[in-house]
Design a protein around this ligand. Structure first.
Ligand SMILES: Cc1cc2nc3c(=O)[nH]c(=O)nc-3n(C[C@H](O)[C@H](O)[C@H](O)COP(=O)(O)OP(=O)(O)OC[C@H]3O[C@@H](n4cnc5c(N)ncnc54)[C@H](O)[C@@H]3O)c2cc1C
Length: 406
C-alpha cells in the first residue's frame, strides 16, 4: 500500500486564489499539497481564460511580498484614473489618486499571465506539491485530521483542508454550508480590443440600463480588455456577430472614447450571479475565493476579495503554527472567519447595490444616478472611500464614517 503523504495544509483548487494561498503559506514555512482535476497545460492555453483582472494596489503589494514583483510587474498596466459615467452623455465621475506618491489605483493583468507566473512560482517552491490533474475521490474530516484519497489511490493527510474550488465548490456543498445566491439575468462578454487612441491608463466604466460596459487598459500599445454586461438573452447573438460588427457595436457603447476598436481575441461569455456562503469555516475546513463568495464584476473586486482571504488565512495559520497550535483548531479558524466577514459582506453588499442601482431604467432612476455621481464627486470623504475600495484598502468604511459631516 502506498505511503500516506503528510502536509500542513491540503488545498483543493489551484486557481489564482488557491495558488496565492499556497505561496503565502509556503513563505511562512508551511507545507502544502494542492489538488486540481484540470489539465495544467489546457489551463495555460491562450483561449482558456480571456479575462483580465484589475489587481488593487493592496493585492499587488501582497503579490510583491510573495516574490512575484519582478516576473509580473512589467506585464501589468497601471490604472491611474477610473472614469465612471452614466451612458455616453450623462454625468461622469473621475477617481484620481490625490497625492503625488499615492501610486496607481491598481494594475491590470491578463488572467493568463497571472496564472502562468503563479503556477511557475508554485512549481519552483519545495514546500508545495502541485497534484494536477488529480481528483479527490474521498475526503474525511474529523477530530484527528483530514484524510484525502485521490482517484488514483494516493492518500494525503493534513490538519486542515482549504476549499479554493471556485463558485461551484463541491467541498462546500459536501460540508453542508448554506449559500445565499441569486442570478442577475445578465451575462458578461469578455474579450480584448485594439484601439487607435491611447488609453492613457484610464479604466472606463460606462453604465447602461442593460448593464455596465467596461474598457480596462492593458500593457503593450493601444489595447484594452472589455467586460460588457448585457441581458443574458442578448449575449449569444452578440458573441456570434462577425468581428467587425461586434467591434462597431462596442465602439458605439464606448462613445468613441479611445477611437476605432478592433477585436483581437476570442469572445467568452460569463453568466453573472451573486453567492455568499453563510459561513466560511467548518470542522477542519476553510473556504477562500469564489468558493466563499462571488460578486458581479462591475467593480472588479472578486479576485481581490479572494487575495485578501488568502492573505488573512495564511497569516492566521502561520501565527498558529508558530504558537504550536493544531492548524485545524476551531479558534484559529474562527479568527479567520471573523477577520474576513465584514470585508466580504461590505464589498458584496456594495457591489450588489451598485449593480441594481445602475440596472434600473427610467428617467427617475437616471436622475437618482446622476445625483449620486454628483454627490460622490463633491463630498470628498465619499470619494476617498471609493478610491480606498478600488485600492483594496481594508478599513476604508470606519475612516469614511469618521470623515463624513454629521
Ligand atoms: C467577467 C468577469 C470579470 C472579472 N473581472 C475581475 C477583475 O477585474 N478583478 C477582480 O478582482 N475580479 C474579477 N473577476 C472575479 C474573478 O475572476 C474571480 O473572483 C476569481 O477568478 C476567482 O478565483 P478562484 O481561484 O477563487 O476560483 P477559480 O478561478 O474558479 O478557480 C477554481 C479552481 O478550482 C479547480 N477545481 C474545481 N473543482 C475542483 C475540485 N472538485 N477539486 C479541486 N479543484 C477543483 C478549478 O479547476 C480551478 O482551477 C471577474 C469575474 C468575471 C466573471
Amino acid at each position: 500500500m502506498a505511503e500516506t503523504q503528510r502536509s500542513d495544509v491540503i488545498v483543493l483548487g489551484a486557481g489564482l486564489v488557491g495558488m496565492t494561498l499556497a505561496l503565502a503559506l509556503e513563505a511562512g514555512g508551511l507545507s502544502v499539497a494542492m489538488i486540481d482535476p484540470a489539465d495544467p497545460a489546457a489551463q495555460l492555453a491562450a483561449g482558456f481564460d480571456g479575462r483580465a483582472s484589475a489587481v488593487s494596489s493592496s493585492s499587488w503589494r501582497m503579490l510583491e511580498a510573495l516574490g512575484l514583483g519582478s516576473s509580473l510587474g512589467w506585464q501589468g498596466d497601471p490604472i491611474e484614473r477610473i472614469r465612471v459615467a452614466e451612458g455616453t452623455s450623462g454625468g461622469a465621475l473621475s477617481f484620481v489618486p490625490d497625492l503625488e506618491g499615492d501610486g496607481p489605483l491598481g494594475l491590470m493583468f491578463e488572467n493568463r499571465l497571472l496564472r502562468t507566473v503563479l503556477r511557475e512560482a508554485c512549481e519552483a517552491r519545495s514546500g508545495i506539491r502541485l497534484l494536477m490533474p488529480a481528483r479527490a475521490a474521498d475526503v474525511a474530516r474529523d477530530a484527528a485530521g483530514v484524510h484525502v484519497t485521490l482517484a488514483d489511490g494516493r492518500s494525503l493527510t493534513a490538519p486542515l483542508l482549504v476549499a479554493a474550488e471556485g463558485r461551484n465548490s463541491p467541498m462546500r456543498e459536501a460540508a453542508g454550508i448554506k449559500v445565499a445566491r441569486w442570478r442577475y439575468d445578465h451575462s458578461a462578454i469578455v474579450t480584448m480590443l485594439d484601439h487607435d487612441k491611447p488609453h492613457g491608463n484610464v479604466a472606463h466604466e460606462i453604465f447602461y440600463p442593460a448593464g455596465p460596459f467596461a474598457l480596462l487598459p492593458l500593457k503593450g500599445g493601444h489595447r484594452s480588455a472589455l467586460v460588457w454586461s448585457m441581458k443574458a438573452e442578448d449575449a449569444p447573438a452578440m458573441v456570434t456577430l462577425n468581428a467587425r460588427a461586434f467591434a462597431a457595436e462596442a465602439e458605439k457603447r464606448s462613445g468613441g472614447i479611445v477611437g476605432t476598436l478592433t477585436l483581437t481575441a476570442p469572445r467568452s461569455t460569463y453568466p453573472l450571479g451573486f453567492h455568499h456562503a453563510a459561513q466560511i469555516i467548518a470542522e477542519r475546513l476553510a473556504l477562500i475565493g469564489d468558493a466563499a463568495h462571488g460578486i458581479h464584476p462591475i467593480a472588479g473586486q472578486g479576485l481581490n476579495l479572494g487575495f485578501r482571504d488568502a492573505a488573512a488565512l495564511a497569516e492566521v495559520l502561520i501565527e498558529g503554527a508558530r504558537s504550536g497550535l493544531d492548524l485545524g483548531d476551531p479558534q484559529l479558524l474562527a479568527r479567520y472567519q471573523r477577520w474576513r466577514s465584514l470585508d466580504t459582506l461590505m464589498v458584496a453588499g456594495a457591489t450588489d447595490g451598485l449593480t441594481r442601482l445602475f440596472g434600473v431604467s427610467g428617467r427617475a432612476a437616471t436622475a437618482v444616478r446622476r445625483f449620486g455621481l454628483g454627490v460622490v464627486e463633491r463630498v470628498s470623504p465619499l470619494k476617498a472611500f471609493f478610491m480606498a475600495e478600488a485600492r483594496g484598502e481594508s478599513g476604508a468604511l470606519p475612516r469614511l464614517l469618521k470623515g463624513l459631516p454629521v
